[in-house]
Design a binder for this molecule. Structure first.
Ligand code: MN
Length: 422
């Protein structure tokens, strides 16, 4: 049987070369539709494959009946990497153009394949915890220069460990969920006392997140191999941020309410296995990380990312950032090793966010804070409107994909539109 990542594979379903979801991808999500309660599916081209239907028809057996009839991926993730891999191989076989089992069964095809346009996508797993990192050197340096000057851009700890904070799992939402402008304590420069009101410096952060698919025990450290095998898959993540709230509250314990009001993720989880062909070494790490953080494998990914903004009244979105996940200084595997290193237990459904992904040049900045250089260099939109931070009615879309030879393994998008504060 060919490997599911084989670039020559084709499905009997027509998939455009620019589609995010060719047979080499097969990302998992949770969907509902007319008459179907939330369940697990796989994206293929413009279609969703209903795994619940395949299981009930006796065509897909993962040893845990009903696991795809649940409204989250958590129970499937709990089955572990051997089952993840076997399941993906079987789904790939069922979708291949030269495999008749599903292709020639019109009755099953009619039940198991739905048009993407006819389904509603949901948060794909129950979020157990959410931790956000700060692992792009370019982003950390940009922010450092802005607030502390060139000579102290990176804090002394930054090159020695992935810096992070514990975020909120309760407000992680799926793409398409509207985001209400947060309120909070503000103390702009020059004000003598703080006031409470709507955030005036609302921002996005372009990030990748990954979901932990296997638990670790409290008190246990992780090797590089163990950490890698615990990662179920990746999604695009928008870590909405209230810069003015953050600036006043973050001393000395770090961000709190400025990040707690919403985090948006893309609905399809692209498996770690599907991203294998796009793995590469990250930037050289100097000084060498401490032994518990050493990595020997290429743990970065060549993944293209872009961000577009559409203000209310604009016909088309305007691209405001184009960058790549490969620039990240600390890898996802290192973030997970570091997180567990104190003895912290990791749970199925934990999200770890990469931190804002900025690249080396001006067009590759992953937040408005950097794009507008703390509000001093506004972005001009078609029609003449300007943006330093997000306004009510603005819609933000992030996309990501890995480019193969004649196909791409993509993530779809994460979209969010800003509602006025209540
Ligand atoms: Mn962040």
């Amino acid at each position: 049987m060919p490997h599911p990542n084989d670039p020559t594979l084709r499905s009997f379903i027509d998939v455009d070369a620019t589609s995010d979801f060719p047979i080499q991808n097969l990302p998992y999500g949770v969907f509902s539709s007319n008459g179907r309660a939330s369940r697990v599916g796989v994206a293929i081209g413009d279609h969703v494959l209903d795994l619940c239907e395949l299981e009930q028809a006796g065509r897909l057996d993962v040893g845990d009946p009903g696991v795809f009839a649940r409204p989250t991926l958590n129970a499937f993730m709990a089955l572990g990497p051997t089952v993840w891999s076997r399941t993906r191989a079987r789904i790939s076989e069922l979708l291949r153009h030269d495999h008749p089992e599903l292709r020639d069964n019109s009755e099953l095809r009619a039940r198991a394949l739905l048009s993407m346009a006819d389904v509603k996508l949901h948060l794909p797993f129950q979020v157990a915890g959410y931790t956000d990192f700060y692992s792009s050197k370019e982003h950390a340096a940009n922010v450092g220069v802005m607030f502390r000057g060139k000579d102290n851009a990176l804090q002394p700890n930054w090159l020695h460990m992935p810096i992070g904070y514990n975020g909120r799992a309760s407000t992680v939402v799926v793409s398409g969920t509207k985001v209400r402008r947060p309120r909070g304590q503000l103390k702009p420069p020059g004000a003598e006392v703080p006031s409470f009101g709507p955030c005036k410096r609302l921002d996005f952060e372009l990030e990748m997140g990954f979901v932990v698919g296997q638990p670790s025990k409290m008190g246990e450290m992780l090797t590089e191999k163990q950490a890698a095998e615990m990662i179920f898959g990746f999604m695009i993540l928008n870590d909405w941020s209230a810069r003015d709230i953050q600036q006043w509250e973050y001393v000395p314990l770090g961000p709190f309410q400025a990040k707690a009001f919403a985090t948006s993720i893309s609905p399809w989880i692209v498996t770690r296995e599907a991203l294998e062909p796009f793995r590469m070494h990250g930037p050289a790490q100097n000084p060498a990380p401490l032994p518990y953080l050493k990595q020997h494998l290429p743990n970065n990914y060549d993944m293209q990312l872009d961000v577009s903004l559409r203000a209310a009244g604009m016909n088309e979105a305007m691209r405001i950032c184009r960058t790549n996940f490969k620039y990240m200084y600390w890898s996802s595997v290192q973030q997970l090793m570091h997180h567990a290193s104190s003895g912290c237990a990791m749970n199925i459904g934990d999200i770890l966010g990469s931190g804002t992904i900025s690249g080396p040049d001006k067009n590759s900045r992953g937040s408005l804070l950097e794009i507008s250089w703390n509000g001093t260099e506004p972005v001009e939109l078609p029609g003449g409107a300007k943006r330093t931070f997000l306004e009510d009615g603005d819609s933000l879309v992030m996309r990501g994909w890995c480019q193969g030879d004649g196909y791409r393994v993509g993530f779809g998008e994460v979209e969010g539109t800003i509602l006025p504060a209540e």
